[in-house]
Design a protein around this ligand. Structure first.
Ligand code: IMP
Length: 416
């Protein structure tokens, strides 16, 4: 297997974890390189449910090495809780779970700042997960952040916290207690410290899988700014978040949902604000796995999808949750936007414009059959195959993996 990237190509929640879990079978190392515990997913394996926020899904395989790269931001207490949870379910971390010392640390103050920005200023409400992700990345960018490696030196940690609190003009009365809590809590993770760039360079014979978090349309720069997350969710995040050269990447799998969803604020041209949207939400159990918020649902938007396929230079597509569309009389695909008299086929760079466009739709026949037990492409209903074929035409990429249910087995694989 070549080194592979699995990237979310819409606004996150594409059910990437299932695809990662599926492809990780052939990898040696699985890496998360951006984002933090704003991500969340559940994997069903052998009828057992596992919940992940930060730890790469590859940890479910006992022989895989898992890494959090330098581009990740870590809420230490949330990470320890997640590890404990998974350990209780029989997962062993010893000697196979590593964290780059440069990874950022999300502090309680970051969560407070996130919460305050969301609650106090409705004019710029982003609908964040309130996990402190944005404030943590801004502190790192402002060069006052705390990094994983700092947690193992009490004196340095105190100084860095002081600097950060001064920067925010906050009273530093709690710093000593916080420094001590972080220092003591981090101790069991001392053996996990490992510079990812050197590690990957020394293990060039190993097969790597990069597990993207969130999705391309939430990318800090390329996404629907300002309604985005604060990391680079597109392919470049791999290099800056792990020190791995993209020249060594052999395969890029873009993950798309069979319809679109979004949680949080921001433009969503094909959103269905009607009963049909509610039906899709209920069929797909479209509630955020981190915050429990109902996800906004809508039709597949080929303008946005072509854009994220281009940005990520994807080789092939994994199409998820196809079973959720079963039972609909017809299915729509957005092939362009109309703005006044103009037809737009390039994804706009401005959220204000995206808010004003009207989608141009193509309508296809739906299918009634339950497809959750189907294991080959040929056995899918004709209408489902026509839908897949049309998406392939519009995106100019082959759909090689089709997911028809949450279990590992409910996956149809086609030759590229
Ligand atoms: P933040 O990442 O918590 O700052 O949130 C910024 C935006 O990204 C909000 O719209 C969130 O709902 C969205 N977001 C962050 N992480 C995820 C995710 O894993 N799935 C879907 N949306 C996400």
């Amino acid at each position: 297997m070549a080194n592979v990237a699995v990237l979310g190509c819409i606004w996150g929640d594409e059910a990437k974890a299932k695809i990662v879990d599926f492809l990780a079978a052939e990898a040696d190392i699985v890496i998360r390189y951006q984002g933090g515990n704003n991500a969340g997913h559940t994997i069903v394996s052998n009828g057992k449910k596992y919940i992940f926020h930060l730890i790469p899904a590859g940890i479910l395989y006992p022989d895989k090495i898992c890494f959090l790269g330098n581009g990740v931001v870590i809420d230490l207490f949330a990470l320890l809780a997640e590890m404990e949870n998974l350990s209780d379910q029989g997962i062993d971390f010893h000697n196979r779970f590593f964290i780059d010392p440069r990874a950022g640390i999300v502090l309680p103050i970051h969560r407070q700042l996130d919460e305050a920005a969301e609650n106090d200023s409705p004019a710029i409400k982003i609908g964040t997960t309130k996990r402190g992700i944005g404030p943590c990345y801004s502190d790192l960018t402002a060069r006052v952040g705390i990094r994983f490696g700092d947690l193992f030196h009490l004196q340095i940690l105190r100084q860095r916290l002081k600097r950060l609190y001064n920067y925010h003009k906050l009273s530093d009365y709690e710093i000593d207690d916080l420094a001590e809590a972080l220092y003591l809590s981090a101790k069991p993770l001392a053996e996990c410290r490992q510079q990812i760039s050197y590690f990957l360079n020394r293990h060039q014979d190993k097969r790597i899988l990069f597990e993207g978090a969130q999705g391309a349309l939430l990318d800090l720069s390329f996404g629907t700014y300002p309604f985005v997350t604060s990391s680079h969710t597109t392919i470049g995040g791999i290099t800056t978040g792990s020190g791995f050269s993209l020249r060594r990447l052999g395969r890029v799998v873009g993950v798309y949902k069979s319809y679109f969803t979004r949680v949080g604020e921001g433009p969503f041209p094909t959103e269905l604000k009607n009963e049909l949207g509610d039906i899709i939400r209920e069929h797909g159990n479209e509630y955020g796995s981190t915050t429990g918020r109902p996800r906004r649902c809508g039709w597949f938007d080929a303008v946005a999808a072509r854009y994220s396929a281009m940005l990520n230079d994807i080789d092939e597509i994994a199409l998820t949750l196809l079973d959720v569309l079963s039972g609909l009389d017809s299915i729509r695909i957005c092939t362009g936007y109309r703005m006044n008299e103009t037809i737009i086929t390039d994804f706009p760079d401005n959220s204000e414009i995206l808010n004003q466009v009207t989608p141009i739709y193509e309508e296809l026949k739906g299918w009634k059959d339950d497809i959750t037990q189907i294991s080959s492409y040929q056995a899918l209903p004709v209408a489902a195959r026509e839908y897949i074929g049309r998406l392939e035409e519009l995106l100019d990429r082959k759909i090689t993996i089709i997911s028809v249910g949450p279990d590992r087995e409910q996956t149809i694989v086609r030759q590229k």
